[in-house]
Design a protein. Structure first.
Length: 97
């Protein structure tokens, strides 16, 4: 199964700038070894559900250490038999522009 997700997470009630918290999650994602691309409002991650679900859990636990409330969003696109979809989707778009 190939899953491409868009994921964002940040604490609520920690002030106007939450970038130190976002950086902590970014490190967790980077260290996961999964294909990913950071963006200004979220992170695209590609992998199998069995890899992605525990990663989301690790991100929640990381911020849960010192944050009482977290907001997160998760969008996904599942497609059988496809890999490299993150790069493929961007290449397809660039070809059409």
């Amino acid at each position: 199964m190939s899953l491409l997700i868009d994921f964002s997470i940040f604490p609520v009630g920690k002030g106007e700038s939450v970038s130190p918290y976002v950086a902590r999650v970014a490190r967790v994602i980077r260290e996961s070894g999964l294909s990913h691309r950071f963006g200004p409002m979220g992170t695209a991650i590609e992998g199998e559900w069995e890899e992605i679900a525990p990663l989301i859990s690790r991100c929640l636990k990381e911020l849960g250490k010192d944050c009482d409330r977290l907001y997160f969003s998760l969008k996904g696109d599942y497609r059988k038999g496809k890999t490299g979809r993150m790069e493929g989707k961007l290449k397809s778009l660039e070809e059409k522009l």
